[in-house]
Ligand binder design. Structure first.
Ligand code: GLU
Length: 303
């Protein structure tokens, strides 16, 4: 089936899910979003884009940014980050403090908040003066030069980030941050507060479906590094529901509390879905349902 027809069908069939779940409120500004929106975009590795629904509406990318930050650190700095972050699913909430103390300040993986803070710290160190490398990468790969940080969301998170402050100070106490805590938190908050649409994010994620090749053909990552990021998205990308996501969708994916999810069909295409209402695991309910339908109907799954 043509992607365009399929995406239009999915927009129709997910409608019954649009009232399910609740928008995130841990960052108060995120709760202001109109909750019943849904968008989907697919970018093929050749660069064709198919979109339907609210695919051009910018939303807060939040934890989806963690994938791009990790890609940049691997691209600039190779494998040394793995001395400071593990690669196992956490089995705990994404902002848990308990596990970090048990494991002496080495976060379980780069997609929980503690791990993402360590990655943000390393990104600050290796990107000489650049404070939001994720925004630059997203602009370059999406071709959308006007992508911005939503400063209202960033300010809102800054006022309500006691838990991330606690994680960052604990990491610093263990010697696992090189930069001042406040600078790391600012960098992390600003990468999470980038606003982008489904189409922007599908295009920006295309390198994960193209063995690490950027929009202009240059290598961001080599094929092995790309495989490894995709593997980590399978095991750690969708909070504490990675098993259920693998069962239903069967693709590498990374979700954020803004309701977006990126997913990758290696060597084929990148997909982004967005709908703000989240289930109890923190993943977009309509977004997961849409990806489930996409892979079930196309057979495009890694399993
Ligand atoms: N900036 C958010 C936080 O640190 C990201 C949450 C998420 O999308 O998982 O709580």
């Amino acid at each position: 089936m043509e992607f365009q027809n399929l995406l239009d069908d999915i927009v129709g069939s997910i409608k019954p899910h649009l009232g399910e779940g609740n928008v995130a409120n841990s960052i108060p500004e995120l709760a202001a979003v109109e909750p019943n929106q849904f968008g989907i975009s697919v970018a093929t590795r050749e660069g064709e884009v198919y979109s339907s629904g609210d695919s051009e509406t910018p939303f807060s990318i939040q934890s989806i940014s963690k994938v791009f930050a990790l890609a940049l650190v691997l691209a600039c700095d190779g494998e040394s980050i793995w001395k400071r972050v593990f690669r196992e699913p956490s089995g705990n909430p994404f902002n848990s403090l308990v596990q970090l103390e048990h494991e002496n300040g080495i976060p379980r993986n780069p997609f929980i908040n503690a791990g993402a803070l360590v990655v943000a710290d390393r990104l600050l160190s290796v990107s000489a003066g650049e404070t939001n490398g994720v925004l630059g990468l997203l602009r370059d790969e999406s071709g959308n030069a006007v992508l911005q940080v939503d400063t209202g969301v960033a300010a809102s998170e800054s006022r309500h980030n006691h838990r991330n402050q606690a994680l960052a100070h604990f990491l610093a106490s263990c010697g696992n941050l090189d930069n001042p805590v406040d600078e790391v938190l600012d960098a992390y908050i600003n990468q999470c507060a980038v606003s982008a649409s489904c189409t922007d994010l599908a295009l920006a994620s295309r390198f994960l479906a193209a063995n690490g090749a950027r929009r202009d053909g240059a290598a961001l990552l080599d094929p092995h590094q790309t495989k490894r990021i995709n593997a980590m998205m399978v095991t750690c990308g969708t909070y504490d529901a990675a098993g259920e996501f693998a069962y239903r969708v069967g693709l590498p994916g990374k979700s954020g509390i803004g309701g977006g999810i990126i997913a990758v069909v290696p060597n084929n295409c990148a997909i982004c879905v967005w709908s703000p209402r989240l289930g109890s695991s923190g993943n977009s309910i309509a977004g997961v349902a849409a990806l489930d339908e996409f892979t079930s109907r196309t057979g495009l799954s890694i399993f």
